[in-house]
Design a protein. Sequence first.
Length: 431
Amino acid sequence: MQLPFGAPICELRNVQMRFPSGKGKVQRVLEDILLDVRPDEILSIIGPNGSGKSTLLRLLSGLLEPTQGEVLYHGDRLTGLNPGVAVVFQTFALYPWMTVEENVRVVLRARDLPEGEVREQAHQAIRKVGLEGFEEAYPRELSRGTKQRVGVARALAVDPEILVMDEPFSQVDALTAEALRAELLDIWADAERNPSSIVMVSQSIREALLMADRVAILSGIPGTVRTVVEVPLPRPRDSRSPEFMKLVDHIHDIITSAELPDIHVTAPMPSSSQEDPVEPLPLVQSADILGLLEFLEAQGGTSDLFQVASHTHVPFDRVLTTVKAAEMLDLVDTPKRGVLLTALGKRFVNANMDDRKDLWRAQLLELRLFRVVCQMMELEDGELPKEALLVELATRLPMEDPEQTFETLVGWGRFGELFAYREERGVLTPE
């Protein structure tokens, strides 16, 4: 179908996505998404975990229907699978009992194509990604990079108009990822063939800018499109050029303005019985916070947020959550893009383990949630059943997962020797 000049291939219009989360509650995943996929472009989507990136891809491919709003394909409302989309999965998703060639052919047979056409299209796709000679190999015999090439070949075999990729290079080493990105750009740049466009979820700002014509930045839970950044740089791109680094800094600033110092942790919903709300906890372990503090101490007490992620090899969204947790305990401060130890944080990292536990415990008691738990233990004569606490957490923090909050709360409490969880009896007791 010939597109009118400038008309998008796919559009998400005012899309909302909800999932049931048990006990009659609903988890809001995406909120009021307005986004389009244009012809002859690469669109990259970045954002923290939980912001709905993978859900957005499933909506584009027709694997999910939106709770509200609509997905359009060539201007028509999409019902069922999107005929113009093929998906490359993060975890390869190959059939282990099939050879490389059989893994590619299976999607073509699903379209009821003649066997001769199946063989020809499979051969072309395998050749396109440089897998000639591997046709009879099984997935167990392949490296991670080769497995991902099979996934790309399988997607390309159906001649998709849009290639949708969910963190396609996250499971391979850095050098292989560089090679795959270059090969994919070469395939996309061939104007005589599909895919016309690529939509790719990435956790790396550098990768997004190396690949994309536009970068859509999601933020929050539920996910919203914070902004879409145009990338006007010519290809091939030099990641060390001043123009490239300026765009990296620009996107860094957008993300940090959205996530720090107030990284999203779903706020409790007000209720008539909740005059003094408790704080949701970032879902990180005490060891993660200690590791952050030790890293900052080694850096002289301060570091750039993105250097923390780069030097520690920790995913950026996890760094953000860990920083927020440390900030809640008044152990770090986050001016702009910096992360620095507070006076209390410096005392903490220079203290012995017993003094660290004392400082930690004192900071926990500054948080209303931990005071509530201690009060509940007193009312229960020193033994608070887990089920009773889960009910309290679900009531006070209706948008949080009570089991995950419980695990985090117990981990923090144990380190500060504030309370202990007796798993055999299912009760919390004072330490």
